[in-house]
Design a protein around this ligand. Structure first.
Ligand code: NAI
Length: 697
């Protein structure tokens, strides 16, 4: 059963029951429609109440039906709302907890609405690059008023029912109650059961005293704030239609807007992201009901850049953290940095004084490993040297309690090797945070060959608790994100050899939508990191081709912002990247030294070489089983590397262009003697997908 029918005196109560949030899937829609018809036909019934079981009135569309023919099958949502609106007996919506999207649209088809305090009310379709397509843009402005409705529709943000009830002149809620909303709605239905004509939201007028000027103003605001997303402006035009057009014409315009948005790459990207986020926490061979280990106390080893940020995540979530260093001075410095970060948040009004005090009270600094003996999860963030990691994990093996999870934040070292330093490799896992660790959403969870399934499941659940997007990676050099970025950086280097300036490359990439181009990113992260990796590569993989331009830069001591100079010049204390004549000169000499043939390179070539380098490497990662699925790769790039959200990640972008076209471009790049031709051989998975006419996602 996906909806129940029950009779209370002369009132029929239809209760949506499709957990978790009473999504309006086909079975639920059919059951509600059947209930309405049954009540209509029963002379003993005077009025109806529609409500939802459990923790929602309704969260809207059933995401399991997204994109399937079932979503449109009759009775579709529009037909159901029309059936409700045209019922000859009054229908009261009893709204509680969550009333969103199609759920709110259904309630707007009812003749009356009784809501419970605290109900979160929203039309969030814009967040998927869409507009509310079942009358939301036409009925909400009529019921609530044009301005508050537009704000809700364009932002997609939830507002609590009692706040909406305070809007002057609103007709959205007839009553707001603190408890027992169904009882209140039944009583209300009894009171109004004889009243005719039945009020319909569609018959109200959506009015604004200065409609033209208001919408022009709103257009400028919304247009400015949503440059790369077409949906907010289309939402606005649909709402403008509610004011200007007759109801049925407005509905037609809404449907046209919906259909147009549905096929935009931006909406496809946002919907892809919506599912990618949900699926990322699932691990194919780890059942969802795997029993979790309890994580009540956390240990962090190393109070440097990463250790401090990692600790803050747990303190923010209310978990006690013991942070360990080898020297008092380093410990004090680490704790002071945490304090400073919180103080900055307090100053900006983002954190209350008492919360700050609570968080600091959860932090126990120590120099003594014995203090980690009660910790359920211990994360190591010491120097990136295998010898140091060995010493740390051997000590942990001695002091950690049985069953404690031992994690390493290593960014390049072999997690299996680290696990082998202990007698409990099943309890060892990689937790690769990104810097700044208290800000960045991404967490790569590195699964060693011995890592136990319940360890993985527990770490994934813990990531959720500290509000990270966790993606599982197998063990390899660089894991998912950094292994791909190395290929991207290599291409950036070749582009310099071929005549591009750092600012030309950065500009093209930033115009594409990346938060930062590769050279500004290098200056921020420190060019010495890449230098160290290349030095290692020159020994490990002597055949691998790199542009030496970045080495020449580092030889000048230009490590980036931290040394006041990198690919760009920086003024003391400022972060603005200023093109550098010294770098221009260095590049000129470098090109002469390698006998480079330079040419003009288009922005499109720049972007495609960088992005397709990511795509080809990711296809190898998928083939090797390091990444579980293409959408995980997209999550890594969207949450950790500033890839433009509206393009849905590198794999989604490649799919949008068509993999055939991507491979054709790779073939062209392979012919460039200044590039690494061998790299551009399409990864076997990519070649296979093209041959089969398939896509990644
Ligand atoms: P850091 O140099 O800022 O901090 C390391 C801290 O560990 C220092 O405070 C040091 O005193 C302490 N330490 C060294 N040996 C120790 C020991 N035996 N016991 C206890 N404490 C010890 O380094 P950072 O940047 O925080 O990196 C730490 C780890 O995180 C490395 O494995 C690094 O690869 C990884 N990582 C770094 C990222 C970054 O952007 N900095 C990003 C992701 C991972």
């Amino acid at each position: 059963m996906t909806a129940h029918y029950e009779v209370r005196g002369s009132i029929a109560v239809i209760t949506l029951d499709n957990p978790p949030v009473n999504g309006l899937g086909l079975a639920t829609r059919s059951a509600v429609a059947a209930g309405v018809e049954r009540a209509e036909a029963d002379p003993a019934i005077a009025a109806l109440v529609i409500t939802g079981a459990g923790k929602a009135f309704s969260g809207g569309a059933d995401i399991k039906e997204f994109g399937s023919p079932k979503a449109l099958a009759e009775p579709n949502l529009l037909s159901l709302i029309s059936l409700v609106e045209n019922c000859s007996k009054p229908i009261v919506a009893a709204i509680h907890s969550v009333c969103m999207g199609g759920g709110l649209e259904l309630s707007l088809g009812c003749h009356y609405r009784v809501a419970q305090t605290g109900t979160k009310v929203a039309l969030p379709e814009v967040k998927l690059g869409l507009l509310p397509g079942a009358g939301g843009t036409q009925r909400l402005p009529r019921a609530l008023g044009v301005e508050p409705a537009l704000n809700m529709i364009v932002s997609g943000e939830p507002v609590e029912a009692q706040m909406l009830a305070m809007v002057p002149g609103q007709k959205l809620f007839d009553k707001v109650v603190d408890a027992d909303v169904v009882g209140a709605a039944v009583k209300f239905a009894e009171e109004i059961s004889e009243k005719r004509p039945l009020p319909k939201v569609r018959d109200l007028k959506a009015r604004h005293p200065n409609a033209d000027a208001y919408f022009q103003f709103a257009r400028n605001m919304v247009g400015g704030m949503s440059k790369n997303f077409p949906a907010p402006l289309r939402c606005l035009e649909a709402v403008a239609g509610a004011v200007k057009l007759k109801f049925d014409d407005g509905m037609r315009a809404e449907r046209e807007g919906f259909a147009a948005l549905m096929v935009t790459p931006e909406s496809k990207a946002l919907r892809h992201l919506f599912f990618a986020e949900r699926v990322a926490s699932k691990i194919a061979d780890v059942p969802e009901d795997t029993p979790l280990r309890t994580i009540a106390k956390v240990g962090v080893i190393g109070a440097g850049t990463m250790g401090g940020g990692i600790s803050m995540n747990f303190l923010n979530a209310g978990l006690p953290v013991t942070i360990l260093e080898t020297k008092q001075e380093a410990l004090d410095r680490g704790v002071a940095t945490i304090r400073k970060n919180y103080e900055a948040q307090v100053k900006k009004g983002k954190l209350k004084e008492d919360k700050y005090a609570q968080r600091m009270a959860l932090l126990s600094p120590t120099l003594n490993y014995a203090d980690l003996k009660d910790c359920d999860l211990i994360i190591e963030a010491v120097f990136e040297e295998i010898g140091v990691k060995e010493a740390v994990f051997k000590q942990l093996d001695e002091v950690a309690k049985p069953g404690a999870i031992l994690a390493s934040n290593t960014s390049t070292l072999d997690v299996d090797k680290i696990a082998a330093f202990t007698r409990r490799p099943q309890d060892v896992v990689g937790m690769h945070f990104f810097s700044p660790a208290n800000v960045m959403k991404l967490l790569e969870v590195v699964r060693g060959k011995a890592t136990a399934k319940d360890v993985l499941a527990t770490v994934m659940a813990t990531a959720k608790k500290i509000k990270k997007t966790a993606v599982v990676s197998g063990v390899c050099d660089g894991f998912i994100g950094n292994r791909m970025i190395e290929q991207y950086s290599r291409q950036a280097g070749f582009l310099l050899d071929e005549g591009c300036s750092p600012q030309q490359v950065d500009k093209a990439v930033e115009k594409f939508g990346f938060a930062m181009g590769p050279f500004r990113m290098g200056d921020l992260a420190g060019n010495d990191i890449g230098w160290a990796i290349r030095k290692r590569r020159y020994v490990e993989k002597p055949g691998m081709k790199y542009s030496a331009s970045a080495d020449r830069l580092c030889e000048l001591g230009r490590f980036g912002q931290k040394t006041g100079a990198g690919w760009y010049d920086y003024q003391p204390g400022k972060r603005d990247a200023i093109p550098s004549p010294i770098v221009d000169e260095m590049l000129k000499k470098h090109r002469e030294a390698i006998g480079a043939k330079t040419r003009d390179i288009s922005d499109e070539e720049i972007v495609h070489r960088l992005v397709f380098a990511l795509v080809n490497e990711a296809a190898h990662l998928l083939e090797e089983g390091i990444a579980q699925r293409a959408s995980d790769v997209d999550m890594v790039y969207l949450t950790g590397y500033g890839f433009p959200i509206w393009r849905g990640g590198p794999m989604c972008y490649a799919d949008t262009l068509g993999l055939f076209n991507v491979v054709q471009a790779m073939k062209r790049f392979a012919k460039n003697p200044m590039d690494d031709g061998a790299f551009w051989t399409p990864a076997p998975l990519l070649a296979r997908l093209v041959a089969e006419g398939k896509s990644f996602t």
